[in-house]
Every structure is written in structure tokens, then in C-alpha cells.
Design a binder for this molecule. Sequence first.
Ligand SMILES: [Zn+2]
Ligand SMILES: [Zn+2]
Length: 392
Amino acid sequence: MIIKEVIEQIELIEEEVIQLRREFHQYPELGFKEERTSQRVIDYLLELNLEVERTTKTGVIGLLDSGPGPTIALRADMDALPITEQTKVSYKSKLDGVMHACGHDGHTAILLGVAKVLSKLQDKVKGKIKFIFQPAEEGPGGALPLIEAGVLNKPQVDSIFALHITNKLPTGVVGLQRKVVSAAADEIDLIIKGKSGHASTPQDGVDAIVTASQVINSLQTINSRKVSPHQKVVINLGTIKGGYRRNVIADKVKITGTVRTTAPKLRKSLPAMIEQIVSGVTASQGGEYQLNYQKGYPVLINSTELVKDLENTIKQIPYLEQLKFLELPSMGAEDFAYYLQHVPGVFFRLGAAAPNCSYYPAHHPKFNFDEDALKIGMALFIYITLQRIKDN
Ligand SMILES: [Zn+2]
Ligand SMILES: [Zn+2]
């Protein structure tokens, strides 16, 4: 019975996976600098006799080839964040200013564990399994370069899966959206230009600060007046810089912000809506502007069909207490979205909060999670992979 064997194998390596996670945690690396991590991943996969390829500098692809059949891809992100860790754990980051504060150390360890278990069950699977170890999810984005380098081809990937550890859900719970998972996140860089002058003669200048304040307030009317109340958009202007001293009219204000929405169609119309307001308000004050609207990660959309197909399989995982369907998408962004623009797939939330413990949120210097969740993550990947391979 293959399921009994899967569980035996997972339990056999549970401790090893926890140690791997702690090792990655101690040596965190920022996006596209995952040298040590990727080398560790390569060595581990080679020991399992997988075909291993290094791509996009620090990306690693492992292939378990069990002959003809579908190709399933599993993706883990490997990068850490520019944060100085403030926990007291024995495996605390050894590097000042870098920390695994988003759980990607856990994702990498889980996927290595999955590769080990599936390579032991190789004679029982028909098809190919691609293990994608991706750099730079926290930015500038590792998914797109990997796709451009052909990670979804040769062999062509039929479906792809990823998970994210979250201490917002208890250990034993897997969270899942049927369709929209997370928002697109675009970036605005805006410069408002006026004309400098003495504060005592405002009639001779064009005040970039007053103009900027009107632009900022007017941009908030996009959400309240221009977009249907049934759709979601966030326009957050996070920085503003301008002016020289109290008695000088400012001739320049720089603003940066993020624009988020879960509606792909609405996303397309937002740059024009924003520009219309910026240009109209600036012109009304006699000023000028320079607007740079940069597209970021797209909306992450799960395959509703795959979610339906996998529901029963996931419920059979012995460690799972609840498969929880999440009503609302997250307004965060995740570059796994790029893969799902090419192949169907599903993104899972892996609950990792031990009972009666309190946790700090992701990206916090005291972030941590319950390592009991690691084996549930392994089981999740293994169960869905075996189901896809069996059914096709
Ligand atoms: Zn993160
Ligand atoms: Zn993350």
C-alpha cells in the first residue's frame, strides 16, 4: 500500500528536514545571492540521483524521471529578507541584517524532503517530477527569469504547485482559495514639478507641495468613485519627499507608491485612471509631472478545476485536521502567479501555528513558525503529486 509507505518515509526523514530548515535559517541569503543555499540544494539532489540543473545564477531545477507520463512541478522559494533577526532560537541567523522571516527556509527544506521520499518511491510513479528551487521571490522576482529560461519546458510541465507557510493558520490546517489567491502589485514613481520662489510671493511660483497634496487626495477617489464597490484596489503612497526650507516654494516633490488589485481587467485600466488625475490636477495648478508606472507581480489565480480534483486527495492526508477554503484573497503579492499564467496549478497556505503559542507576523524580526508543519507540507506535495501521476 503506497500511502502507508509514504507516511513511513515522511516520518523517517522528518527530523532531517527540521535540521535542514534550521541550517537554511542560520545562513539566510537575499534574492539572487542564494549561493550557499543553492549549492546545498544541488548536493542534496545529486545524492538522490536526480538530474540537476543550475539556472538563472542561483536557481536550481531537479528532475526525477520515471519514464512516460505527466510532468508535475513543485516550487519552493529560497530567499531571505534584509532584516536583523531578534528571536532567541538556537538556530538564529548568523548574519547581521539578513533573516528568513517569511518561512522560505521551511519551503526549501520541505521540497528537499519531498524529493527524497519520491525518489525512494520512484518505481511506483510514472511520469516526471520537476523540483523548482527559485531565487528572489521577495524581489526583484525569480519566477519570471526562470520561466524565460525555460523551466516550464523540456519536459513540458502539466501542472505546478507551491505552498507558503503561515502562522495565521494553526498547524494541521491547509488553507486554499478556489480561484483568486493574491493581488497584483504595481509600482508608481511620480515627480510633481512646479516653480520655485520666495514664500512671500506665491503668485510668482508654482507650489509643488500644494499640487502634490491635491494629487494624493484625488488619487484616493479612484477607490471610492471610479471603481465598483465589488472590486478591490489599494493605492498606497508610501513615500513623499520635497522642498528645501520653510520659506521657499518647493519646485519638486517625489512620490512613490504601490497599486494593488485582485481584478486583472481593472488592473489594465488603472494606469490610465491614475494618469488622468495626475495630469488634470497638475495642469490645474500650472505644474508638470513625470509618472512612471511599473508592472509588478500579476494576480495569482488558482486553477478551480485542479482545486476541485485535489480536494478529496488532500482530505486523506493523515496529519491534516482541516482543509480550509479561504473566502478572501490576500492583497499581498506572490510571484508564483507568473507560472500560473502558463500552466494550471494551485498555491496552498500551510498552517504553522502551534496551539497556545503566539507568533509574530511574516517579515517581522521575531517571526517563527511551528516545525511540526513541515511534515504536513511534505505530505501535501507528495499526495497531490501521486494523485496527478496516477490519474493521468
Ligand atoms: Zn515574504
Ligand atoms: Zn514568502
